[in-house]
Design a protein around this ligand. Sequence first.
Ligand code: IPM
Ligand code: MN
Length: 390
Amino acid sequence: MTHYSIAVLPGDGTGREVMAEGCALLDAIEANTSLSFNQIIIPCGGQYYQETGLEWPDGSFEVCRDEADAILLGAIGWPGAVCKNGDLAGGQVVLGLRAGLELYANVRPIKLYEGVQHKVHGNFQQVWSPGKVDMIIVRENTEGLYHSLLHRSAMRATGGEEYEPPAMTFPGMNGDVAWDPRPISRAGSKRVIEFARKLVLLRNGSPEGVSKLTCVDKSNVTRGCQLFRAVFDEMAEEWDDIEVDHAYIDAFTMWLVRNPEWFDVVVTSNMFGDIATDLGSVLQGGMGMAASGNIGDNHAFFEPVHGSTPKYAGQKKVNPIATLNSVQMMLEWLGYRNNDDEALKAAKAIDEAVAEHIKKGEVLTYDLGGEASTTEVGSAIIASVVEKLK
Ligand code: IPM
Ligand code: MN
């Protein structure tokens, strides 16, 4: 019997609805394997803030840090939910955990399953074929343009002193000026690039069969990106078993859409990765399909990339697959980390069940052209996982 404690943070809006499916999946795995899960449910987010004045109950950060083997998050963010200092209410949760637990690699797979019609120009169609979209974007998760907000959020979570960037004057600018520093460090770049390089070695290459790490930056313009690329190039000198490539972020967005088959693993800075992965999700059928892991050396949390979709909250209509696949990533991470074959087996069962479910194409949510509810999709996939585990 292997026992894991999982901190479950459903968060806001539809985050709660998809997380219900994530929890049901864990229950089903527990009932059909030797794994057992202690699910520690922690209410949190913008709605919780509006109700209580807190982003999550006091002590929640410590529970995530000290008691959980892994963390699952639904979605954070709710209209009008803003902290007194203007920061996102719930930032303490998603950004506080990223910074406070040093989850420096935000791992966002972009894979198109067979059968998925993607919605482009308002129509469901096949612009990209499944064989052409299978990459992972690794987003640096602790520095860059998010740095001040990350740091403030982590300090709110841990009780430390909140950081504000120093006042600055800028030549040629008068009156009110707001600014966000974008610090990028050698050490911070090195650890995320190293992580991305290890991912390349774990995979079978791009759809074209090339094992490759692409560094995406804007080093023709920003100093932070110049350092990021310089660190990448220094490290790449030691790699003789993979290909390396560079792209500026602007051109990358074009190639991402036009030639997704070129990419295997991509590593980039924080805000570029945030933007590129929303765009990338379209290649896989939309945000309802986009899973992610926020991973550090000692902790990790897993979350669907989509937000709390307030306009659909309470309707049980959003796609739970991004969440089920985030559970899949969590079990894979736990499996590798603990040499736990049972967790790896469960992860594989989820992967196969999702792929088969979509290929059948019978029970799908609106975003994939169907009319099924969150629960109907979740239950059907969970039933198939159970069959595989028996
Ligand atoms: C994401 C989200 C977050 C981010 C928000 C909710 C702070 O958009 O995980 O991509 O910007 O990182
Ligand atoms: Mn985002």
